[in-house]
Design a protein around this ligand. Sequence first.
Ligand code: ZN
Ligand code: FE
Length: 753
Amino acid sequence: MKFACSIHVRGVVQGVGFRPFIYRLAHEHGISGWVLNGEDGVAIHAEARETALQAFIDAIRTQAPPAASISAIEVQAAAANGAPGFTIRESERRDKPTVRISPDLPVCEACRRELFDPADRRHGYPYINCTNCGPRYSVILALPYDRPNTTMKPWPLDEYCDAEYHDPANRRFHAQPVACPWCGPHYLLKDASGMLSDNQAIQRTVQLLCEGHIVAIKGLGGYHLACDAQNATAVNALRERKYRKEKPFAVMVRDVEAARAIVELSSEAEALLISIGRPIVLAPAKADLPGVAPDNDDLGVMLPYTPVHHLLFAADAPDVLVMTSANRSSEPIAYDEKDAFERLAGVADAFLVGDRPIARRIEDSVARVGALGPVILRRSRGYAPGAVASLPVVRPLLAVGADLKNSITLVVDGQAFVSQHIGDLDHYQAFQAFQETIRDLAAMYDVNWDDLLVVHDAHPQYFSTTYALALPSAEKLAVQHHRAHVASVLAEHGEWDKCVLGVSCDGTGYGDDGSIWGGEFFAGSAREGFERVAHLRCASLPGGDAAAQHPVQAAAGFLAQIDGLPDVTAAPFNFTSRYQYALELVRKDVRSFTTTSIGRLFDSAAALLGFTRGITFEGQAAIWLEAQARKSVSTVAYSFPFEDGELDFRPLLLAVAEQRKRGLEPRDIARAFQRGVAQGLANGIRELCSKRELNTVVLSGGVFQNDLLLSDVRELLDAQRLTIWTNHAVPPNDGGISLGQAAMAAFLSDHRE
Ligand code: ZN
Ligand code: FE
């Protein structure tokens, strides 16, 4: 007896090889019927005996393609029509392209086997891919996602590829970037001695790397600069040529085994490393790789993810390669040939160049397993432009984010698509990239500018704000920075009405009163808004933004309020003259701003513990302080009292100064400072939660990238049975701001209507 049912599969199931998968599965299980891409997922009509149907439905869930992510399978009885065979039907047409653009995917196992199979047509071919893997976002020029709308347009399919492309049973059925050595693009190596292609190019690249040279290698979303990570001379040359003094380099390792040899890899961290996003994973370093991550306990590792990477390792490239974005310090990654050759002349000794153009720049993502689960610190390749939340808003919405670590969020049909990491907008090229990304996503999703609600930060001088205000859209809305941080977490959870206590600890952000916030407690919900209920005691920020570059300058703004402070210009502190100068600004109230920034509080403590030079990358002093604290077993916590809605930093910093003067080990002081901060925050949270009858705490903002702080706070709050929510899908730093802005705006615009 034959049964019939209709099956509806929702989630990320389009553009990921789902229909060919269903087609093959149907044949395996003797199912007749059809499959098609429907309005919001994949629709299947299936007829077979009951046991076969059940096995088929189970297999949909358990054997789904690697890039698919099923959120629901709905099965309903249907009328049998007795039609024989199983077919893939034409997709139902829609008016608007809201089909999700898939992020770029790492080469799959099946393709990897073919890559190394001498009998395969694509043996050694660096552009091998199929519906389970390969480029997506980095090759798409427009929607719908069809070959002519990709950067593969110049390479028409030959007969062989065309047959695969049109065969529903084939892994390459409708694989838009499909190609083979006969019809597709190739790789070339260009160096001083000339040009080599294909296998010779790979061989020569490996030889150069082994000899200690620096090679620019074209990847998915831009160029990398690569060198042997175990060759200190090569690593130092790269630092010098790239003008990158201290910021850690990421490394690419041959395989998981090689990763285990250089970092402490927990099973969660390993799962993250091999996950489909293939991010750079930060983990405690085991091996000493001089110059790769100076003064840093962690090392960022990633696995090969393109066929080229696999070919390089198979050709005996060193097991650990520095693989850093090809740019000079803090510029965006180079992604087109002309730009790469211009900007990297004098940096790279050779260029391994692929013919396939890159549609847009996408850097590697960075993630870590933290005290409260996986955290994304930079969300880009492998994740962007995936939807991270559904917002209850009908009209299209564009949130332009903050000026540092910028990302943008476009909301279409309630789906919040978060862009790749764009960078710091005070760099001209990053600001260009910001504008391109807005135009790009708006065009891709066919956004109507007349309907569009544009959301920006409340900072009137942000580049992003000025740009947003000049856009031709109907309506603009400002969202305060730290409320956006809190809302980003609630958006991830899809909780709009829940009242929470939101704690936003951050470097800088424009506050309601025009002062610089960064240590804020809020009560409220995404729908009703957030009331600021407590904050760090106000300090001064002499010289404004420049104080963020110099810990001693930030320290002046805090230490000016502390009585009985030892002389910090003398040993063991030896503060530079910049401190005196900054102190003058504070005392005369010249170019001094009011701040409640916990980020600057960390900088002040770092200065007292010996970090008296300027920083060379954002957050450096705080990262240094955390690393110091991790070396200590001290259980002391300095006092950081919470009283009348204010956290008083004076006893905390005074204790740091006094203990240092007394000669206590900086690492133990750092630990006691961090415990003190955690305890102060926990005390504030406890008091405010009980007063307002709240049981859920949201922690966000750049300071919570400090995992030691997060685990201290969690430990203290666990005993209180308070639930803690943090970011997992977007970064807790300013990379998550655009999502929070979008979530807040969804309701603010509601109120207005
Ligand atoms: Zn594949
Ligand atoms: Fe922030």
